[in-house]
Design a binder for this molecule. Sequence first.
Ligand code: UFG
Length: 335
Amino acid sequence: MILVTGGAGYIGSHCALTLLEKGHDIVVFDSLELGHQETINTLKNINSKGKFIDFIKGNLQNYEDINNVFSKHKIDAVVHFAAFSQVGESVKNPQKYYFNNVYGSLNLFRAMLEHDVKKIVFSSTAATYGEPEYTPIDEKHPQNPINPYGSSKLMIERILDDYDKAYGLKSVRLRYFNVAGADSKSRIGEWHEPETHLIPNILKSTFSGGKTFQMFGDDYDTIDGTCVRDYINVENLINAHILALEYLNNGGKTNFFNLGTTDGNSVKQVFTACEEVTQQKIPVELKGRREGDPATLVADNKKAIETLKWIPDKSLKDSVNSAYEWEKVLQDKYY
Ligand code: UFG
């Protein structure tokens, strides 16, 4: 049985779905502060193979909540997504981030050790690298986060290193670049309230009642003046988690990998891709720079490809397509 923390959220729910489809029994643990009960309902309905899925609502900040999960189920490995992830909010309210992300993770690891569970795949982030010193960013790039969100994730990475040395807890830390797209059958997808991410914000502005898309800054030192990011498809990203679990099951040592495509796309290029996919002229308003946005963030992904045999084969267009199909479902069914 695999425990998925944060399994009602955007990335965690895609992992839960893939694990179920691959025939695993899973337990999803989520506080539903940001995740959605509707997503859990969808996961339970999808579960046609008769695989076991249990949902336990709880908060990692309450040790008993998470310890009870391990008492109830025989867990073999953990995939740990549960976290807050908004950079701007983390600057304004670092306490919220350190308590939820770091203290919450400490409780999770304590319960794992208590129940002798020694394998974990952890959602880390490109934000642990901070302002890039060179590009593309490989795993040897120094980790100097510039906001509490990135710091909280780096602290957890360091804790995992120490826990391996002291307790033999094996981890794979996956450092995500910009995750994009949705389930290709549109059953689940990105659903944040409020939404801050680029692709859903552009797409939302094509629906009635949607706000005009705001483009943050066109005076960066990039090909067209807008920020360049590495958009990695969520289904490709989740496959890396499945491979990471297999790697740990095969006795792999504690390790860490970037998950990106090596392809940089500017905000303007993403906007054009959205216009092409939706076949609409999308209204746009140019605003000033958003605080804390580095000009370029692009991953060197060789390590994951070579070690995990990972295949990131989906394009930006694939991600925009699935995000658009999901956004239609979201607007139609849930709004
Ligand atoms: N952008 C806009 N308008 C919007 C939203 C975003 O112009 O409405 C721009 C941003 O300014 C940025 C780019 O689009 O230049 C991408 O922004 P996102 O908010 O989609 O993604 P970020 O690169 O800021 O953040 C992502 C993750 C974070 C993680 C970070 C790592 O969402 O969790 O990458 O650097 F910390």
